[in-house]
Write a new protein. Structure first.
Length: 268
């Protein structure tokens, strides 16, 4: 587990550096990873499970999906393969093939970041505590692109985000229970797992893990929410990714045939 996480961490950080370019190939996937700026300090530093922040981000993810879903032709609406939400991080994974943004990386990440920031700010202003001074600040996210070559990389990337979140989640569980750990313990997912077991804290950690989410469009383009767990990743995730990717590929083929038919009729 430890070696696999270290290997995935090195692998995807290297890919991230190589992904900062203007566009990407039609047969590639694009992940847009967004981090809420100072969200940890404002929302989750003193709360074991920051319910307000989690719901604020969840609602914003759904609204961002709806906004971009509506910008595509019926045949190309499966723009996303999956959306991962863990803590204050959100990753939108863009399907391979055609899209309205011509696969231009900067255009895509700025649009997604802008939409998510707008919906998050909107939620904050509408749901702030009326007994406290009125907030006027704007919430926003930094964004970075990662290009992936195939479905296996998409699957491994989601697994990587899960294990990274699990590492931090296990450390947070231990710290919130008064266990001051050395870096070599809380940075090591295996060592912190042993500590959780020793102090009978696994049920508390799993309560935190229940907030890790992945959203995948079904065959009718509805955004299905799943809890991101090791069991889900090992048993169901790949099948749902396959369906999301295939739906888009089939739709793109049908759209191409329709355009070819129109072209033939126009030239007849």
């Amino acid at each position: 587990m430890k070696n696999e996480l270290k290997k995935l961490d090195s692998y995807f950080k290297d890919k991230e550096k190589k992904s900062i370019k203007y566009d990407y190939a039609k047969n590639q996937f694009l992940a847009v990873r967004l981090d809420g700026v100072r969200f940890t300090f404002k929302y989750s530093r003193k709360e074991f499970i920051p319910c307000f922040m989690n719901e604020m981000i969840r609602k914003s993810v759904v609204e961002t999906y709806r906004a971009l879903y509506g910008k595509h032709d019926q045949e190309l609406k499966n723009f996303f393969v999956a959306i991962v939400q863990v803590n204050d991080e959100v990753t939108f994974i863009i399907n391979k093939g055609s899209n309205k943004f011509e696969r231009k990386i900067i255009k895509i990440i700025t649009i997604i970041s802008g939409l998510l920031s707008s919906w998050t700010t909107n939620y904050l202003l509408k749901n702030q505590d009326s007994s406290k001074p009125k907030l006027t600040e704007v919430e926003y996210y930094d964004a970075r692109p990662i290009i992936m070559d195939n479905q296996e990389e998409v699957f491994n990337y989601i697994k990587y985000r899960y294990w990274t979140a699990r590492k931090h989640g296990q450390a947070k569980t231990l710290k919130f229970n008064g266990l001051n750990l050395k870096p070599n313990v809380w940075e090591n997912v295996n060592s912190s797992s042993v500590k959780l077991k020793d102090h009978d804290l696994y049920s508390e950690y799993y309560h935190l893990e229940s907030t890790f989410k992945v959203y995948i469009p079904d065959l009718k383009y509805n955004l299905c929410e799943r809890t991101l767990t090791e069991k889900y990743i090992d048993s169901i995730l790949n099948e749902e990714l396959t369906n999301a990717i295939k739906k888009h590929s089939d739709s793109e083929k049908n759209n191409l045939k329709r355009r070819e038919s129109i072209s033939v009729l126009e030239n007849a």
